[in-house]
Design a protein around this ligand. Structure first.
Ligand SMILES: C[S@@+](CC[C@H](N)C(=O)[O-])C[C@H]1O[C@@H](n2cnc3c(N)ncnc32)[C@H](O)[C@@H]1O
Length: 183
């Protein structure tokens, strides 16, 4: 038997292992692993959603922050990213500071399913189908009719698709789908 007792003297010694496990495995279970969207798909999604300077774009599972940076720099929108992986959350914080985007971009550390999405005009996601099924109910209860949702690659089960261009899929919350007034 290999004796690791000499390597791990305090709980802090386990921290790198814990961070790697969260980054590689935990994210798969709670929404989807980190696979960055290509810049081409990001521009297609944000173009389709007609993002403008008065909009607030939410990226649910913001990864390395590329969607947020594109929304802020190319479309002059406000952007909010939610990320559960501590390493990528820290990366995003550093990135937006280095790029001078602190006033325009906010990063929230945590689970997207616990986030308040009511201020979003456009929601961007690149998550696994299981996560989209769960997210759909939340979007219907928190987004007003007319708000746009764009997904990379994977479809929502019952939201009405407006347009699909390659991997970019656009949805709008219709008055029929919105559950805000029916509560
Ligand atoms: C496929 S990547 C997409 C990254 C980025 N949105 C993009 O398009 O380039 C999915 C991201 O969602 C994060 N994630 C997965 N489940 C999550 C959850 N429940 N709450 C917050 N972030 C989550 C992962 O850590 C990962 O960074």
């Amino acid at each position: 038997m290999v004796d690791f007792s000499g390597y791990f003297k305090s709980y802090f010694d386990y921290l790198p292992i814990l961070l790697i496990v969260i980054s590689l495995y935990w994210t798969r279970i709670v929404g989807g692993p980190w696979v960055p969207s290509s810049m081409q798909v990001i521009h297609r999604m944000l173009d389709m959603a007609e993002v403008g300077p008065d909009d607030t774009v939410y990226d649910l599972g913001c990864g390395d922050g590329r969607v947020l940076v594109a929304a802020a720099k190319r479309y002059h929108a406000r952007a909010v990213g939610i990320e559960i992986d501590p390493i990528r959350y820290l990366w995003c914080q550093i990135l937006i500071s280095v790029l001078g985007l602190r006033k325009q971009v906010q990063i929230i550390f945590g689970n997207l399913f616990n986030a308040d999405l009511r201020k979003a005009d456009i929601v961007v996601c690149y998550l696994m189908p299981d996560a989209l099924s769960k997210l759909e109910k939340k979007l219907k209860t928190e987004l007003q009719p007319g708000k746009r949702i764009v997904s990379n690659k994977f479809s929502f089960p019952t939201l009405e698709m407006v347009k699909k261009d390659g991997n970019a899929i656009l949805y709008t919350i219709t008055p029929n789908q919105s559950e805000i007034n029916s509560q």
